[in-house]
Design a protein around this ligand. Structure first.
Ligand code: COI
Length: 359
């Protein structure tokens, strides 16, 4: 494949950008973006462009039928090391699994990597450097065919945008509403895919969660509303009798790369990890009996976010005995030390990006 072309305005866009002190998550956008168009059955030339609005016809299929998928990755530059991207090949594999489910074309690895590495390389100066901060990379693909018939699009656009970001949640542990009524996903549906529509399906419950003064929604299985699934954008773990328990994967749970890495690291550290169907009422009983002492959400954006308490809509709360628990903190540090390049990368998980500039 031919190398990514660089638009003549990119140098100016980079020159005019400065990193604000206050980052938050996903608000500040990096000054460049990558773009590649799929039509006539093939991918075209990958381009690096200044970040800015894109034009699309109002009858583009994505706007009506939500044929869209995305990924989340992070490039770290803590203490000036790196930039390091964590396990991007895993994101590429998942991107193509999502593409298959959503009737979209596979994206070649070279395009995914050139785009993600290219954006990181040109923005390496703007990757924030404090621990826990990163350049959040958002690869995504959407249907652009201009026609209102319900059928898979025959035109798509793949892009990578990026956001210099701090932590996803503000300080303090998470409060979690158990959603016993609605469903985010169901057997045979799209829950395992990283498709925008899955996140749209979670938003009504997010409003309810916020109205109850809580932060995050915990989804149960769509059929019986009995077994814990995930947290829309994060996977769920609990420490029970000093073992790490997490819902076993099925087709309505997103297979988190952070989830997979935590399971691996925990087992390496001699912690017993149990992947199983987790009955919500059994978990509540375990919390009340102090058998379940810690619980946390994990994901690319969230890393590992300890849970303070879970709650039912009735207002009943189930506080965790050790919200900032030993195991959550230990696993978070083990993971982050690899991601930030502060420890030996024994498993070949990080990819070093060579910074690029015009000067
Ligand atoms: C991620 O962790 O990258 C996610 O996709 C979660 C969220 C920001 C949607």
């Amino acid at each position: 494949m031919t190398p990514m072309t660089v638009h003549p305005e990119v140098a100016k866009a980079l020159e005019n950008f400065s990193l604000p002190e206050d980052l938050g998550f996903g608000h500040v956008m990096a000054p460049v973006m990558a773009s590649c168009i799929y039509e006539n059955g093939k991918w075209g030339q990958l381009e690096l462009l200044p970040y800015g609005p894109i034009s699309m016809y109002p009858n583009a299929k994505v706007l009506h039928y939500a044929q869209e998928i995305f990924e989340g990755m992070k490039a770290y530059r803590v203490g000036g090391l790196g930039p390091f991207i964590f396990r991007p090949q895993e994101n590429h594999l998942r991107f193509n699994r999502s593409a298959e489910r959503m009737a979209m074309p596979h994206l070649p690895l070279e395009i995914f990597m050139q785009a993600s590495l290219g954006v990181t390389a040109y923005c390496s100066h703007f990757v924030p450097r404090r621990s826990g901060e990163s350049l959040y990379l958002r690869p995504f693909m959407f249907a652009t065919e201009e026609a209102l018939g319900i059928k898979p699009s025959d035109k798509f656009r793949f892009m990578v945008i990026a956001s210099p970001s701090g932590s996803y949640f503000s300080a303090g542990g998470l409060s979690v509403l158990i959603e016993r009524f609605g469903a985010r996903a169901f057997p045979g549906g799209t829950g395992f895919a990283k498709a925008g529509g899955n996140y749209a399906a979670s938003l009504l419950a997010a409003i309810k969660t916020k109205q109850q003064g809580l932060v995050q929604t915990l989804w149960l299985d769509g059929r019986e509303k009995k077994y814990i699934e995930e947290m829309s954008g994060m996977n769920f773990f609990a420490v029970i009798d000093n073992e790490l328990h997490t819902p076993e994967l099925n087709d309505s749970i997103l297979e988190g790369i952070t989830r997979k890495s935590i399971i691996f690291l925990a087992r390496e550290a001699g912690i017993k990890v149990v992947e199983r169907k987790m009955d919500i009422d059994e978990l509540i009983a375990d919390i009340k009996a102090f058998r379940c002492t810690e619980a946390f959400a994990c994901g690319t954006a969230a890393i590992i976010a300890p849970i303070d308490f879970m709650a039912d809509e009735s207002g009943e709360r189930y506080p965790l005995q050790q919200p900032e628990g030993k195991m959550s903190l230990k696993l978070r540090e083990m993971l982050l030390a690899i991601q930030e390049g502060r420890t030996e990368d024994k498993y070949n998980w990080i990819l070093k990006v060579e910074p690029k500039s015009f000067s």
